[in-house]
Design a protein around this ligand. Structure first.
Ligand code: FMN
Length: 289
């Protein structure tokens, strides 16, 4: 059996160098796919067993003799790197300091975000866990204040075109078909929010993306766990904090684009079948908290 993702319908290939293997069994122990198993006192690969090789790479990571190679599902020999020694890892205190320092930032100064920092955020985000490896999370990077404003305007135009759905008469018609809580959110949050965004846009202020210099939209294929983009986005936000950048999650765009926004998706190269995930804005804070 093989667990499919958007880009991979095959298991990864696992090879064992029996000359080097000391039969410690650690690889079979951590393999939950679980093609690696013991047979006649020897570690054996059987891709038909349970889920087959997902390409998690854990067998390579634990093998003390470097006897295993895994290729496919995005993995190659160059994918593997040394895991940092304990002394290079953030401890609980450092992590807490970072997490307590991270607060949502909605006021940004004049500076654009350097490409080097954008790259670092993406590399850090790429270490996030995912439902089924390899991750299908895609990131739309909108870089530069003007570009972010254009993205915001495009989304707001779409929101405006959909405002009637959240109007009182339309909501009353929908009422028997939707849950009470959903009705209340649409009535008391979505409708007024779109009106406020529109009003502020007319005044020249962007209340959707707050004039940020960088936005990332984390979205994912329909094969993937819907939580994947949220976890990846969270990693990105924490990485941004280490680089002196502030960030803020923008939750309203994902649900708006869930069942529509064809033109926006086309313009920004977002696969129309993808699960919309979440947007995060980044930039240098104008107000230090
Ligand atoms: C799923 C999610 C969606 C959010 N959407 C928005 C948003 O659309 N606009 C906004 O200004 N803040 C948004 N936020 C940020 C929250 O308002 C913020 O995290 C919360 O007020 C706590 O503040 P803190 O992040 O400074 O701790 C969102 C946060 C989450 C987790």
């Amino acid at each position: 059996m093989t667990l499919p993702t958007a880009r991979h319908l095959e298991s990864a290939t696992v090879r064992i160098d029996y000359e080097k293997c000391n039969v410690c069994g650690l690889c079979a122990k951590v393999c939950k796919g679980a093609p690696l198993h013991f047979e006649n006192g020897k570690v054996t690969v059987d891709q038909a067993r349970y889920f087959g090789c997902l390409g998690c790479g854990h067998c390579v990571a634990v093998c003390p003799t470097g006897s295993i190679t895994v290729e496919g599902r995005d993995l190659s020999q160059s994918s593997f790197m040394d895991i940092p020694f304990d002394e290079n890892r953030a401890g609980y205190e450092e992590l807490m300091a970072l997490m307590l320092a991270r607060r949502s930032i909605r006021e940004f100064d004049y500076r654009e975000v350097e490409q080097e920092k954008i790259d670092k955020i993406l590399v850090a985000a790429s270490t996030a866990p995912m439902g089924i490896p390899p991750s299908d999370v895609e990131v739309l990077v909108v870089n530069g204040k003007e570009k972010v404003r254009e993205f915001s305007d495009d989304v707001l135009e779409y929101m405006k075109s959909q405002k009637w759905i959240f109007s009182k008469p339309a909501l009353l018609l929908m009422r028997p078909l939707i849950k009470k809580e959903e009705y209340e959110v649409l009535d008391k949050f979505m409708h007024p929010v779109i009106e406020i965004f529109e009003e502020k846009r007319k005044e020249g202020t962007d209340w959707l993306l707050y004039g940020a210099p960088l936005a990332m939209h984390f979205h994912v294929s329909p094969y993937a766990d819907p939580a994947d983009p949220f976890i990846t986005a969270t990693y990105a936000m924490l990485a941004a904090e280490t680089l002196g950048l502030g960030s803020c999650i923008i939750g309203s765009i994902g649900p708006m684009l869930k069942n529509g926004g064809k033109k926006v998706k086309e313009k920004y190269g977002i696969n129309p079948g993808n699960q919309p995930g979440i947007v995060v804005i980044f930039g240098y804070p104008a107000v230090k908290e």
